[in-house]
Write a protein that binds this ligand. Structure first.
Ligand SMILES: [Zn+2]
Length: 447
């Protein structure tokens, strides 16, 4: 089955002229770029007129906590910085059940899809007694959404009584964590080209995980050839915690536990010294920028251009929905553009930079070379936007307009050659039913 998406209003490719006539999809892959006025090299089965649509590669979200959609704008947590915010929410999250994890994963998945996201990484690190098999639950839920996913098996092992931040009823023993990590990698990780589901290991943060677990997670991940993820250098409080407990700053700690490597991607990456940026870049450590979360919690700004210049790939993430408090990836691209302009100036950051972070940069974060780009041989993951809302009326450059005028909703989304969103609506999910189910779960968790 070959489909020609013909004559798009604009398309994000390295050279616009290569694909002004559109692209041809066959099954789950992009097989041809068509120059303006040209025809596909062989007959196609269907032609879709894309003349009112801007075509982007499917956007890639590289840091999230799906379950946090259940505690958005929680009254005990709003208007706080990270550590106080976490301490308010840990006791609530300790009540998560399997049903809550399932519905929150589905809700976040479709929220992302509708914003143009085709691949999402999630970092689930709460495994209370009521939901020990949280990752298995997430696998089932995310498969039902049809979005491509990297599910990271998160973990917390350093409780309050040992100097950590989380309460005891939210952590697990190192043995239990590592056993489950190995099990879920063996059971679910698919490393093949076009994979719909990958697994990575993600001890939560320096202030919630023991040093041994950081080291042992790295050993296991390398044995199994999966990637490593964690939160790092998010706040000044974290710096102080690392100096006090480990006697070193976060990047030195990262090095000490064997994580200074190109199979690692970090969430946030804000409070680095110049020298630390050079070391991270040299090692090829990737960083996920989460602008909304950083602004809501007042954490600071990720030095993206310095990191990229040093050699670190940089991607984007919406972060957990209790610190964003939404899961809209195209809006996050606009946030990144604006926050980074505040740091580097508007001449230094173009809309193409912001698109690079959420496509190729994000793909590098999660270690994939089959997505993140509209090019022959890549997966057919696409996000199509129309400029027919009032906010776009009068807009000149379509690709710039999506970000500058503030697009928030994709018109159509394709994952692995299949339409998941059409005419702005989900193809195979009853959204109102899902919202009702999710709202009830949130009430049960927070009351
Ligand atoms: Zn996070």
């Amino acid at each position: 089955m070959k489909t020609w998406l013909k004559n798009p209003l604009a398309i994000l490719v390295d050279d616009q002229n290569d694909a002004r006539g559109g692209i041809v999809i066959e099954n789950d892959k992009i097989i041809e770029l068509i120059a303006l006025g040209a025809e596909p090299s062989s007959p196609v089965d269907s032609i879709i007129d894309a003349s009112e649509q801007v075509i982007l590669p499917g956007l890639i979200n590289t840091h999230h906590h799906f379950y946090q959609t259940l505690t958005r704008a929680h009254p005990d947590a709003i208007n706080k910085e990270l550590f106080a915010w976490l301490k308010s929410l840990y006791p609530v999250w300790a009540g998560l059940t399997e049903e809550m994890i399932h519905v929150s994963t589905r809700l976040a998945g479709v929220e992302l899809l509708m914003s143009g996201c085709t691949t999402a990484a999630d970092h689930h690190y709460i495994f209370p007694e009521t939901a020990r098999e949280a990752l298995d639950i997430q696998v089932d839920a995310i498969n039902s959404v049809g979005i491509r996913a990297t599910l990271t098996r998160g973990s917390m092992s350093l409780g309050e009584d040992e100097g950590g931040l989380p309460p005891r009823n939210t952590i697990q023993t190192e043995d239990a964590i590592l056993t489950d990590c190995e099990r879920v990698i063996d059971q679910y990780h698919d490393a093949s080209e076009g994979s719909m589901l990958q697994v990575a290991l993600a001890p939560c943060s320096p202030f919630s995980v023991s040093e041994n677990l950081m080291k042992d997670s790295a050993v296991l991940a390398r044995q199994k050839n999966v990637r490593l993820h964690t939160h790092l250098a998010e706040t000044h409080d974290e710096n102080e915690f690392c100096l006090k407990i480990f006697g070193v700053r976060p990047v030195d700690y990262l090095e000490r536990v064997g994580w200074m490597s190109d199979d690692v991607w970090l969430a946030h990456g804000i409070h680095f010294t110049d020298n630390e940026i050079v070391r991270l870049g040299k090692a090829g450590v990737a960083v996920t920028h989460c602008p909304s979360s950083n602004m809501i919690l007042g954490s600071g700004q990720c030095p993206i251009l310095d990191l990229e210049k040093a050699g670190s790939p940089v991607g984007l993430g919406v972060d957990g929905s209790a610190s964003n408090d939404c899961s809209n990836l195209i809006q996050e691209v606009r946030q990144a553009l604006m926050l980074q302009r505040l740091r580097y100036g508007s001449a230094a950051i173009t809309h193409f930079d912001a698109y690079r972070w959420v496509t190729k940069g994000s793909a590098q974060c999660i270690g994939r070379d089959d997505i993140g780009e509209i090019a022959v041989g890549k997966q057919a993951d696409l996000a199509l936007f129309k400029l027919d809302e009032a906010r776009f009326s009068g807009a000149g450059d379509p690709l710039a307009a999506l970000l500058l005028c503030g697009a928030s909703k994709a018109d159509a989304v394709m994952v692995a050659g299949e339409w998941k969103v059409k005419d702005g609506e989900l193809v195979d999910t009853d959204l109102n039913g899902l919202i009702a189910e999710h709202t009830a779960a949130a009430r049960a968790l927070t009351h």
